[in-house]
Ligand binder design. Structure first.
Ligand SMILES: N[C@@H](CCC(=O)N[C@@H](CS)C(=O)NCC(=O)O)C(=O)O
Length: 193
């Protein structure tokens, strides 16, 4: 299995960490999706033009959520519960909105402007971080490695891109600082690339 992603993508990073922790056979391939070569690889494999995607022989699986389900099924790992699926959806939605804000910023927009699109993204990020903070307090993440990894990758990416602070979220801060000390995390740190 070859996982295609970029070294800064939080969606690719969660899979890199999880696949390695599960000791599953995969190689990781970084592509720069904004370069000509990277775009050609992207166009060849994923019509949705996003990373990550997984190539397993003749099978191509797009989207981190689907890759997680595909690999879980292939190696007979346990599926997420419906409640865990919901928490994953909250992490994804928060991450998606942060990516949108970054892309808008890079496109020259002032994302602090009082505009519907920016307001919706900021509202979503703010309320989801509050909710995820509560989930941390309830320790929802302890029993699910993939959720914990996904949350960490989101929080670290937010910090890396200086998009938000965790000042109002003490449980997320605690989770983040404890997770950061784990040995394998430094290898995939987007700041090193
Ligand atoms: N739902 C997708 C989201 C993936 C995603 O947003 N990837 C970003 C990089 S972090 C991307 O490829 N963006 C390219 C674009 O928006 O054109 C997943 O879970 O894999």
């Amino acid at each position: 299995m070859i996982l295609y992603g970029s070294n800064t993508s939080p969606f690719a990073r969660r899979l890199r960490l999880w696949l390695a922790r599960e000791h599953l056979p995969f190689t990781y391939q970084h592509i720069d999706i904004f370069s000509t070569e990277g775009r050609a690889i992207l166009n060849e494999h994923n019509p949705a033009k996003k990373i990550p995607f997984l190539v397993d022989g003749a099978t191509v699986i797009c989207d981190s959520n689907v890759i997680f389900r595909y690999v879980s099924q292939k190696f007979q790992l346990s599926a997420l519960t419906w409640q865990q699926e919901n928490v994953l959806t909250y992490i994804n939605a928060c991450n998606d909105s942060c990516v949108e804000l970054l892309l808008c910023d890079r496109s020259g927009f002032d994302t602090k402007d009082d505009k519907l699109f920016f307001n919706l993204q900021r509202e979503r990020v703010s309320s989801l971080l509050t909710l995820l903070d509560e989930e941390c307090e309830k320790s929802s993440f302890i029993n699910c490695s993939y959720l914990a990894i996904s949350l960490y990758c989101l929080l670290d990416w937010i910090a890396f891109r200086a998009l938000w602070t965790l000042d109002e979220h003490p449980n997320l801060q605690h989770f983040y600082s404890v997770f950061s000390t784990q040995d394998d995390v430094a290898q995939s740190d987007p700041r090193n690339h």
